[in-house]
Every structure is written in C-alpha cells, then in structure tokens.
Design a protein around this ligand. Structure first.
Ligand code: A2P
Length: 263
C-alpha cells in the first residue's frame, strides 16, 4: 500500500474525473473513495482512463451503513464494483461500525468471502475502536489489514494507533489536515514548518508519516495537491515531532464511532 493517498471526499462529477486524473498524473497512487461519497464512478473512470497501469494503482472504497449484514454487503459490493468499472478493489473498508445495529461481524464475514473470491485484495475497517476490532477477531479470527480513523495533530489518536500497531493493523488517517479546524493556522505548526522550509500542510503530513500512519489528504488546488505528495524528501526532528504532538486538543472534526450513523 502506498505511504500516502489522495482523499476524494467530497469531489464528484466531471470535475471529479478531471481532478482524480490529475492526482494520478501528479504521482498519487492510492485513491480513497466510498459508496457514500457518490464518486465511485468518477474514481473508476479516472483509473481506467489513466496511462498508469491498473496494477500500479491502489483503489479503496467503503461500505455504507445501510448495507451492513452479509447479503446486503455482497450486493452493495457488486454495486461498488460496477460503478468503479474495475475487476477488483485493492482495499474494501466497513465505513463505520454502527454499534446500534450490531451487524458489523456479519458484515465482516462477507468481507472475508469477497477477499477469498479475489474481488478484494485486502479487507479493513474504518472508525473502529479497539472493542469493535476485538470482536471481529474473536468471532472470525480475521484481523483487518487497515483501520482508517480521524487523525491529525489536534486529534492524534495515540491509544488507537498503539492498539492497531499491536494487532499489525495499518492506521490510515482521514482529515489528516484537520479539515475545518484552525490547525493549518496554528502558530507552533507554523514555526516548525518555517524551520524546515516547508508549508504547514507538508509538515503535518510528514508528522503522520513519521508516526507510521498513512494520510489521505484532499485538495483540489493543483499547487497544494503536488505539495501534499512531496513529504518524503525532508524529515522532522524528534523535538519538532514533540512540539507538534504538544498541540493536541483532543477535539474531533468528525463523528464519534459510537454515535455516528451514516446510511
Ligand atoms: P483545497 O482543496 O482548496 O486545497 P482534510 O484532508 O484534512 O479533510 O483537509 C482538506 C482541506 O484542506 C480542504 O479544504 C483543502 O482545500 C485544504 N488543504 C488541502 N491541502 C492543503 C495544504 N497543503 N495547505 C492548506 N490547505 C490544504
């Protein structure tokens, strides 16, 4: 799996096909989509139209809440694959655990079936807390390859990351730049970025990489799209990492896994 991916939410339509195509041309090799983003068609079109071979691209999509349950999952996946127009998906994630429904274990069994059929290369989860992953593993014996959660310097998820690492699960970060918060205007971040000679966005993405998480930044701006990819030619010192760890507020920009319902 690439060490950084392109976040496609909330880009749709003809503009989406063009932006995703540009992302691939820029050098992004992983595109993160979801049934609920309404842009699988656009992501698939960009992948199919690209001159980069399919085997070099990594396509992720996610199962929406209304499709939890074994049969529903198999049907929903068929829809995703048809919209994408691809033969397989690299990574399929359960978008949210929806504990009130309590169907994520049955959903997971269907995910494992899809992987065994070769339609999905790897299966994982998103927004799963340790208690949810523990249940999957206890009841099916299959550990998710990936857990995609909200993560950025204001909400750095140290306990979740330690848990994932202990299970051999890769943590991916959604809203890696803190989306609507004032993160990118934070003074400490600005100081660190200035010292290193990069933009605040690049410093944050490098912070993710050095923490071992895989960030999925979204940008529609050509300059920022290219900058966000360029985070492997410099590094932050331990002291600079520590200063960025120190700006955590514990505040989320998105939903809580125990409560968030998306259908
Ligand atoms: P834009 O598309 O105009 O670049 P997140 O990935 O955390 O959800 O954040 C995405 C938001 O951050 C978008 O509004 C995006 O706007 C903006 N953004 C993306 N990359 C950068 C960057 N390097 N510097 C500043 N803002 C950025």
């Amino acid at each position: 799996m690439p060490a950084l991916g392109y976040g496609t939410y909330p880009i749709t339509g003809d503009e989406g096909v063009a932006v995703f195509g540009r992302a691939i041309e820029d050098g992004y090799r992983m595109l993160d989509s979801a049934a609920s983003y309404g842009n699988e068609t656009e992501v698939g079109a960009a992948v199919r139209e690209s001159s980069v071979p399919r085997s070099e691209l990594f396509v992720t999509t996610k199962l929406r809440g209304e499709s939890h349950g074994r049969d529903e999952t198999l049907k929903a996946f068929e829809g995703s694959l048809t919209r994408l127009g691809l033969d397989y998906v690299d990574l399929y994630l359960i978008h949210w655990p929806l504990p009130r429904l309590d169907r994520y274990v049955d959903t997971w069994r269907a995910f494992v079936e899809l992987r065994e059929e070769g339609l999905v290369r790897s299966v994982g989860v998103s927004n799963f807390m340790p208690e949810h992953v523990d249940r999957l593993v206890d009841e099916t014996g299959v550990v998710p390859a990936v857990n995609q959660v909200e993560m950025h310097p204001y909400f750095p998820q140290p306990a979740q990351r330690a848990y994932d690492a202990g299970r051999g699960i890769v943590t991916q970060a959604w809203s890696p730049l803190g989306r609507k918060s004032d993160l990118l205007g934070n003074e400490t971040l600005d100081d660190v970025a200035y010292e290193v000679g990069v933009t605040p966005g690049q410093a944050v993405l490098r912070w993710h990489v050095q923490h071992g998480s895989v960030p999925l930044p979204k940008s529609e701006d050509p300059t920022r799209m290219a900058q966000n990819l360029d985070v492997f030619s410099f590094s932050l010192s331990e002291e600079q990492m520590g200063r960025l760890d120190g700006i955590a507020t514990g505040e989320r920009v998105g939903g809580h896994p125990l409560e968030h319902e998306e259908f």
